[in-house]
Design a protein around this ligand. Structure first.
Ligand SMILES: [Fe+2]
Ligand SMILES: [Fe+2]
Length: 131
């Protein structure tokens, strides 16, 4: 939990969607179901990324460009996974889940945490200490 309610709610939803994707992969669900889970996750990632980027612009966050680039990397990777699933690439399912899980955990622990610290300082009217 980062202490910014709107970000925390979005992140909880992202993890719930990632859990659904994991369950579908673990149960050997058909590609159609995996694709539907991935599409739901991608939709939420896009909406969440846009929301964070809007917050960053609004508060003149100095790390905006780097953070946006990370979001963009995830979007590109997710589209590649969708393509791999369509073509039946054999390693696609396991690779996809591992990448998404690790990316979400790392991004939230690093980039999103820095943003949350900055936002909390801004809200408190203090000068940001570490970004
Ligand atoms: Fe982010
Ligand atoms: Fe986030």
């Amino acid at each position: 939990m980062l202490g910014i309610p709107e970000m925390d709610a979005d992140h909880a939803h992202l993890f719930a969607l990632a859990d659904q994707l994991h369950a579908a992969v673990a149960q050997g669900a058909p590609n159609d179901s995996i694709r539907a889970c991935l599409a739901a996750l991608i939709d939420h990632v896009r909406a969440h990324s846009a929301h964070e980027e809007e917050l960053m612009v609004r508060c003149r966050y100095p790390g905006l460009e780097e953070h946006k680039a990370e979001h963009q990397l995830l979007a590109e990777k997710a589209i590649q996974f969708q393509r791999d699933l369509l073509t039946g690439h054999p390693a696609a399912r396991a690779d996809m889940f591992r990448f998404l899980r690790d990316w979400l955990a790392l991004h939230m622990a690093n980039c999103d945490r820095c943003l949350a610290v900055y936002l909390k300082n801004e809200l408190a009217g203090a000068k940001p200490s570490a970004v």
